[in-house]
Ligand binder design. Structure first.
Ligand code: CP
Length: 324
């Protein structure tokens, strides 16, 4: 079923900047709306006119495969026009600031700005200065809210619940916006969240986020329903934050052998992508029966459709055209 706009009230905010500030009810509203949109994505013609006449600008100043294309497809499925700006092909190269770039695009009559940037808080600056709804598509090490939302949808689909589920997030927690957004979202929804990684990649005050900390992978994965594996950001190795890739693989790589020995039989594996095959995750696990990696990607389109649909889109008009 398509969402019925007479029933759905939308989000309480202009922008989607992080999971930290979302209330549990808002997360649940996005997820239930995304479930309705998944039905549209199964149709032969996957397009509905809810956002006809509206426009989104994609401002991606860091590389992206999944997030950019999934936002782009989400907009197209909702009949929303789009324009795209990247650092390498825009006037940013001539010294224009992010805010000036966004304001100039908004002068062309936008409804949404989706931004990915290496600076934490970049989306907040745009949100304060634009009337368009701003969506954070990843800001430095801070948050990646739509990634967490698509992860939560994938978990709900697989397990049918959140309460009492035990998850361990493994890898570079310190530099991971995905970890932060997921910790906020999972704990808000009643999941039991642990983290595991080398001490140099665990933030000092992480226990304040309500998680259990492990440094030993074998202990960490015992009894968990979900192992959420993070990409090892190779650029951190140069900073001396872990001794070598070979040692990381020995201590923290998720392999068939580790799973057979220490994990629950029904454990599932999640990863936000891109995967470093053979580093944080063995190829056979990434492609195996336990992996939810591609369902996560599929759910990204529906979740991002739900976000566009539920945000006011700069005009204060709210959503589109009701049930078709
Ligand atoms: N998960 C994620 O953000 O992937 P991309 O960097 O490819 O967008």
């Amino acid at each position: 079923m398509c969402p019925d706009s007479s029933e759905i009230k939308g989000l309480k905010r202009k922008d989607l900047l992080g999971i930290l500030e979302l209330e549990r009810e808002e997360i649940e509203l996005i997820l239930s709306t995304a479930v309705s949109f998944k039905e549209i994505l199964e149709r032969p013609i996957k397009v509905v006119p809810y956002l006809r006449g509206k426009t989104v600008a994609f401002l991606f100043f860091e590389p992206s495969t999944r997030t950019l294309n999934s936002f782009s497809l989400a907009a197209r499925r909702l009949s929303c026009d789009s324009v795209s700006v990247s650092a390498s092909s825009s006037s940013v190269l001539k010294g224009e600031t992010l805010l000036d770039t966004a304001k100039n695009l908004e002068a062309m009559k936008l409804n949404f700005v989706v931004v990915r940037h290496s600076s934490p808080g970049a989306s907040h600056i745009l949100a304060k200065n634009l009337t368009s709804s701003v969506v954070n598509a990843g800001d430095g090490c801070r948050e990646h809210p739509t990634q967490a939302l698509l992860d939560l949808l994938t978990i709900k689909e697989h397990f049918g619940k959140f309460d009492e589920l035990k998850v361990v997030i493994v890898g570079d927690i310190e530099h991971s916006r995905v970890a932060r957004s997921n910790i906020w979202g999972m704990t808000k929804l009643g999941m039991d969240v642990s983290i595991c990684g080398p001490p140099t990649l665990i933030p000092r005050d992480i226990d304040k986020m309500g998680v259990r900390v492990y440094y030993n992978l074998k202990e960490a994965i015992k009894g968990k329903d979900i192992i959420y594996v993070l990409r090892i950001q190779k650029e951190r190795q140069a900073a001396g934050l872990f001794p070598s890739t070979r040692e990381y693989i020995k201590l923290y790589s998720i392999t068939e052998e580790v799973l057979e020995k220490y994990a629950k039989k029904k454990v599932v594996i999640m990863h936000p992508g891109p995967v470093n095959r053979g580093v944080e995750l063995a190829p056979s696990v990434a492609d195996g029966m336990r992996s939810l990696i591609l369902p996560q990607v599929t759910n990204g389109v529906a979740v991002r459709m739900a976000c566009f649909y539920l945000l006011p889109g700069g005009t204060g008009e709210g959503r589109g055209m009701g049930q078709l």
